[in-house]
Design a protein around this ligand. Structure first.
Ligand code: MV4
Length: 449
């Protein structure tokens, strides 16, 4: 096992990784920006190194600064958390060249999955269901119209280098295709430095369902069931749960078998998440893969009993999945996560500042992952996630009741948070009945304003 790991992140996920390391007897090195001097990830790591000014581009995203810290502290490995450098293949390559283990997949695999159209064709070849659409990128409007002739309107144009919603356009008729084609391509070129597009049949009201996977460095792949992530606004998830009420044992079985085949074939390693859309008929289709630990990983930890961050560390140290996971994994109960953001619950404007009171709920079936505390400061430079409330119950009803009582006991003063928004969502009849898709928040906000 590693002697010392550098955690190249901040906030709750940095603390999450530090906790897993400590439980495994691994020493930790925190890195921090000048804005995070008093953060808990700095306090609870064994060592801490300041790597630059507040802006992430000058600190947490500064590859030479992170690598220098790793070399000064003489670490064996770097855990990137989520966001920041976690899906940066160039960073993983620099780690490799510096003889530091990057805790994640090899850079070649990260690069493949970052090219969304290549990922799509790779999944298709392994028998993973994908949406009807183009084979490869589209090189002109004319070619786009040829694919439409096969697929039928509506279609969605997506950036090959994209993800997370940018460089996408929904096209409903031939007349509007030229304008939307150029708009998507220009937006993609500006955002990702690559304007290439591909096409998929557009699903009007999909559910967003994703599968957790773990792969070791000896060719073994296991899936750890799914998470339902449809409750989101502007591509920012607000609530996630596991399992999904819509995923049948047959779908689970089929996705498990095809993902194992595909991810073994491409040499996938470490933790990953495979995203799917489910249409109104309950059919499920691959859309993209995330090659990192995700924000919502704790809901999977609750229903499987597996510590996913420890699994990442043990995989990166060369252990085999059969040493890490029980022979048979089963879904136990139901888990729900609320992302508590420092933002206005209705206007969604960011709310930075000093926290004057902070009461974290606990008790049976309640987990809070946070790096915040009373008298702590939420800096304006980073994303607005300040805590995750994760609840567990024997069934969804118990999980909902626990979430409601825990939200009542979650007190944050001095800044605005999304706690009241979460309380309103839990009171919604459609949410309680499990009737929702990715358009839920739009309808909910229209109804409640
Ligand atoms: C789609 C889609 C409908 N049909 N693809 C948005 C972000 C990116 N990860 C994929 N996205 C979508 N792709 C087809 N063929 C609808 C969305 C989408 C969406 C997906 C998941 C969660 C929330 C969403 C919100 C709006 C649109």
């Amino acid at each position: 096992m590693f002697q010392k790991v550098l955690v190249a992140n901040r906030g709750e996920i940095a603390l999450r990784v530090i906790n897993a390391c400590r439980e495994l007897g691994i020493r930790t090195v925190a890195v921090y920006s000048e804005a995070d001097r008093n953060s808990l990830h700095v306090r609870f790591a064994d060592e801490a190194i300041c790597i630059g000014p507040p802006r992430a581009s000058e600190s947490y995203l500064n590859v030479p600064a992170v690598i220098s810290a790793a070399e000064i502290a003489n670490v064996d490995a770097i855990h990137p958390g989520y966001g920041l450098l976690s899906e940066n293949a160039n960073f993983a390559e620099v780690c490799r060249a510096s003889n530091i283990k990057f805790i994640g997949p090899p850079p070649e695999v990260t690069r493949l999955m970052g090219e969304k159209e290549k990922a799509r064709q790779t999944m298709k070849a392994a028998g993973v269901p994908i949406l009807p659409g183009s084979d490869g990128v589209i090189s002109s409007e004319e070619e786009a119209l040829q694919w439409v002739a096969k697929v039928g309107f509506p279609v969605i144009l997506k950036a090959k280098a994209g993800g997370g919603g940018r460089g996408m356009r929904i096209v409903r008729s031939a007349e509007e295709l030229p304008n939307l084609y150029h708009a998507a391509s220009t937006e993609a070129a500006n955002a990702f430095g690559n304007g290439e597009l591909y096409m998929e049949k557009f699903i009007e009201q999909p559910r967003h369902i994703e599968f957790q996977v773990l792969a070791d460095e000896h060719g073994n792949v296991r899936t750890l069931f799914e998470r339902e992530c449809s409750i989101q606004r502007r591509h920012q998830k607000l609530i996630e749960e596991a399992p999904s009420l819509q995923v049948t044992p047959e779908i689970r079985e089929h996705i498990d078998a095809t993902l194992k085949r595909c991810l073994t074939a491409i040499g996938y390693q470490n933790a990953g998440t495979v995203e799917f859309l489910m249409d109104e008929d309950g059919q499920i289709y691959f859309i993209e893969m995330n090659t990192r630990i995700q924000v919502e990983h704790p809901v999977t930890e609750f229903i499987t009993g597996v510590d996913l961050v420890k699994a990442q560390l043990r995989i990166a140290a060369g252990e085999r999945l059969d040493q890490i996971l029980p022979e048979k994994l089963e879904i136990r109960g139901h888990a729900i996560e609320c992302r508590i953001n420092a933002e206005h619950p209705v206007k969604f404007t960011p709310s930075a500042g000093k926290i004057t009171a902070f009461n974290v709920p606990g008790g049976n079936g309640v987990r809070v992952d946070t790096a915040q505390y009373a008298e702590g400061v939420v800096p304006p430079y980073y994303d607005s996630l300040i805590a995750k409330l994760i609840v567990y119950g024997v069934d969804r009803a118990e999980a909902i009741a626990r979430a409601e009582r825990a939200l009542r006991q979650f007190i944050v003063q001095g800044i605005e948070t999304s706690i009241p928004l979460h309380q309103a969502i839990f009171a919604d009849e459609d949410f309680r009945a499990g009737r929702f898709d990715t358009k839920f928040m739009e309808r909910f906000l229209a109804k409640n304003n």
